[in-house]
Design a binder for this molecule. Structure first.
Ligand code: C5P
Length: 227
């Protein structure tokens, strides 16, 4: 089976406050998406990477001039729709049911090739697949609309789900089609079919650039986190 990467980059990033889709915000002189794609391109075991853009995207060519990888303008209203569009495109380009697809957020631009290798090592002989994740170190609180604590949540078995998330094309496609827009990641859709994806520890540095203050943090970490 081959490994493909699929990068949904069709979101509008409204939480980032950047006034443009956050994947195009420059970090350390390059758009966030360029950092993300460079990390995936540095993993030899990935046969090809497909970027999923919104059909209305007007920035990609300018942001990544001369990009030679696979690009499809098949993004949808939800992340799940964008990924499903990308999976169909991978099939058109020859991917098969039992090939692995590593879905990775455009917004996790601090990705290190070594973490991707660790994920592939842990999952390539697994019946289900898995995802990069980080055990929660903080005490977890549930809060209400007034910003008051309503409960403390037991953190001992909690992990923050990251990406890439690695599943066989046939399984993740069936799972996302069944769960639809309610799926905020691939694993939750696979779990809903009754499977237990493998958790593969990565690093806190594999965080999703989301809030305005995250861009500065990402720029600092780009220089400081080793391979
Ligand atoms: O919104 P969120 O941060 O969860 O998005 C995660 C990833 O999914 C981002 O890379 C974003 O561009 C992508 N996405 C997408 N299509 C959507 C919504 C989000 O490709 N409709």
């Amino acid at each position: 089976a081959r490994c493909y990467a699929l990068v949904p980059a069709a979101g509008i990033g409204e939480r980032s406050g950047a006034g443009m889709p956050k994947q195009y915000v420059e970090i350390a002189g390059r758009p966030m998406l360029a950092h993300t794609l460079a990390a995936l391109a540095a993993v030899p075991r990935i046969a090809a990477t497909l970027v999923v853009l919104s059909p209305a995207d007007e920035r990609f060519e300018q942001a990544l001039p001369g990009y030679g990888g696979w690009v499809a303008r098949v993004g949808g209203a939800s992340r799940a729709d964008s990924v499903l569009g990308g999976l169909a495109e991978l099939r058109r380009r020859g991917a098969r049911d039992d090939d692995w697809v590593l879905v990775h957020d455009a917004a996790r631009c601090l990705l290190k090739p070594a973490w991707v290798d660790a994920l592939i090592d842990a999952c390539e002989h697994d019946a289900v697949g898995g995802l990069l994740a980080q055990p929660i170190a903080d005490t977890l609180k549930a809060g209400d609309a007034d910003g008051r604590v309503t409960a403390t949540v037991d953190r001992r078995d909690k992990w923050a789900a990251q990406t890439p998330q690695m599943f066989r094309l046939g399984l993740v496609e069936r799972a996302l089609a069944a769960m639809g827009a309610a799926a905020t990641d691939e694993a939750s859709a696979v779990e809903a079919l009754g499977f237990a994806p493998r958790l593969v520890r990565a690093s806190m540095a594999n965080f999703k650039v989301t809030w305005p203050e995250d861009f500065e943090l990402a720029a600092r970490w780009l220089h400081q986190v080793g391979p």
